[in-house]
Design a binder for this molecule. Structure first.
Ligand code: SAH
Length: 233
């Protein structure tokens, strides 16, 4: 009888437990980085390392975790979305941030993009207009050891003048035009990546501020983002 029980226990341990542990997120994540990101030309080692490490599934609603490493955006509540993994990687690479640099993000959303930049060594400041999303992002960032990311609730169009200048600005909602306050808060030599346009078609745009403050813009690719909404004055 005892042996029988021991055998049964061993059987349970080897067959039931692994299944109960759920999907192998580490394997899904490795596959995501190779097939969706490296295969499409993103090669910055800091971006790839961050995305290989960060548990993206922790940033999405619990019932969607199994889809966290799929090749598309996902809803995160309040009508908002976490961007497709490739877009996060592409924008992070285009931003070209170095460890220790100050980065401003507009549209905290789930907190995932902020975490990627923090994992790359940036000092991240992120503004979200919906308090509930900001609160949730704060909790997950803290839980994962990224409590140093500074979050603020408000209209990101106006930037974060108290903390300016920034080495880089990343806007993760579609703006009808490039917000002048964000250009102003960019340090000379700094870069901004922002989807510009409206109505479901936007151009991901790279804004560069020269050492003398001269601003130039360049279109990178066609994208779709949720719109940047303005706070009522
Ligand atoms: N970067 C996010 C995805 C953002 S989705 C992530 O990694 O998950 C775009 C976010 O921008 C939404 O959460 C939306 O509420 C927010 N947003 C829209 N307009 C805004 C504004 N004016 N200021 C700050 N956040 C804004």
């Amino acid at each position: 009888m005892k042996r029988c029980l021991a055998l049964l226990a061993a059987l349970i341990l080897t067959t039931v437990l692994p299944a109960a542990a759920g999907p192998d997120y580490t394997a899904l994540r490795a596959k995501m980085v190779e097939r969706q990101i490296v295969a499409r030309g993103v090669s910055d080692p800091a971006v790839l390392a961050a995305m290989r490490t960060l548990p993206r599934h922790e940033f999405v609603p619990e019932d969607l975790r199994g889809m966290a490493y799929n090749d598309h955006p996902l809803p995160i509540g309040q009508g908002q979305t976490i961007s497709q993994p490739f877009i996060v990687a592409y924008m992070s690479e285009a931003l070209g941030v170095k460890p220790g640099q100050k980065v401003l993000e507009i549209g905290t959303g789930s907190g995932y993009q902020a975490a990627v930049l923090a994992a790359m060594g940036a000092k991240v400041y992120s503004i979200e207009i919906l308090p509930e999303l900001s609160r949730r992002a704060a909790a997950v960032l803290k839980r994962l050891g990224y409590g140093a990311v500074r979050l603020k609730v408000g209209d990101g169009y106006k930037g974060w003048p108290q903390e300016a200048p920034f080495d880089a600005v990343i806007v993760t909602a579609a703006a009808p035009h490039i917000p002048p306050p964000l250009v102003e808060q960019l340090r000379p030599g700094g870069r901004m990546v922002i989807p510009v346009g409206s109505g479901g078609y936007e151009e991901l745009t790279l804004v560069e501020k020269g050492p003398q403050g001269k601003v130039s813009t360049r279109g990178l690719m066609a994208v779709r983002f949720v719109p940047l909404v303005r706070e009522k004055e």
